[in-house]
Design a protein around this ligand. Structure first.
Ligand SMILES: Nc1ncnc2c1ncn2[C@@H]1O[C@H](COP(=O)(O)OP(=O)(O)OP(=O)(O)O)[C@@H](O)[C@H]1O
Ligand SMILES: [Mg+2]
Length: 261
């Protein structure tokens, strides 16, 4: 059985791609058979951060040039990646989702794949919500900033109202310390609990690290850099927490509340 994890946030630039790449590399290293999907159709950058030059990509699939399986490529650390395309222009109908069937198709065709990690775009658009609804675990990346709180809250609210998603994991990124991250989560969880009948699980935090910012410049994920055992252990603990959290029981296709077909 394939376990699908979507990394989303509401607000942009909070570290989704960075986390998705490092989680996927750790899952590949520990369990093997892991696929990382760059679902950010308009601002794909996973391939850049991995220093990979794709031959085919998700746009090729959407354009009918190849099958999904033909666009999946081996990259660094033997990680399989379904990349996006830099500077792609994709026509998206209002409320439409070109990737609506992507996760169900991956589940059908990628038999031996143990884990699929989806790097979602920013915002709470239809494709983000569909991806969340089709996932076993949803991870919300949160910063200790008002704008991040507001956008993460809006995403969770839309996911609940439109798809009845009730289980969310939260990772606090760019934290000052463990205790500050816990405080950020506690504040956010309290706000959410006041208004929405959903359950948030705290998965852990990543501190603000020059090495992470540098790894994006060098196109080398931090879990592949020497001397990062501590960071690797922290990512592994987060992953363990995420995989041990209750599974999302929503299914995009089954949804009747305000969903597009
Ligand atoms: N813990 C961290 N410490 C320092 N820098 C970080 C950390 N996490 C992410 N960054 C940096 O923040 C920037 C944004 O990260 P990233 O591209 O992963 O965010 P994103 O949420 O995927 O953005 P977008 O919404 O545009 O897709 C990058 O330069 C990245 O290196
Ligand atoms: Mg990104």
């Amino acid at each position: 059985m394939t376990t699908v994890i979507t990394i989303a946030s509401g607000k942009g630039g909070v570290g989704k791609s960075s986390l998705a790449i490092n989680y996927a590399l750790r899952l590949q290293a520990i369990a093997g058979n892991t696929l990382l999907v760059d679902a950010d159709l308009l601002a794909a950058n996973v391939h850049i951060l991995l220093g990979h030059k794709p031959k085919k990509d998700l746009i090729s699939v959407l354009d009918g040039e190849c099958r999904i399986t033909d666009a999946i490529q081996d990259t660094t650390g033997a990680l399989s990646v379904l990349p996006g395309r830099t500077g792609a222009s994709v026509k998206v109908e209002k409320d439409g989702d070109p990737l609506r069937d992507l996760i169900p198709q991956l589940r059908d065709t990628m038999d031996g794949t143990k884990f699929v990690v989806v790097d979602a775009p920013a915002g709470s658009g239809r494709s983000v919500l569909n991806s969340m609804a089709n996932s076993d675990h949803v991870v919300i990346v949160l910063l200790g900033q008002a704008t991040s709180f507001v956008d993460a809250y809006a995403l969770i609210k839309n996911a609940y109202l439109e798809y009845r998603i009730t289980q969310f994991n939260v990772v606090v990124n760019i934290a000052d310390s463990k205790s500050q991250a816990q405080l950020v989560f506690d504040n956010f969880a309290r706000t959410v609990a006041n208004f929405l009948p959903v359950s948030l699980s705290y998965s852990g935090h990543v501190t603000q690290r020059d090495a992470i910012a540098q790894s994006a410049i060098r196109c080398k994920p931090i879990v592949q850099l020497p001397g990062e055992q501590r960071q690797i252990a922290d990512f592994d603990t987060m992953l363990k927490n995420i995989l041990a959290s209750p599974r999302n029981s929503a299914k995009a296709a089954d949804t009747t509340v305000n969903s597009v077909s």
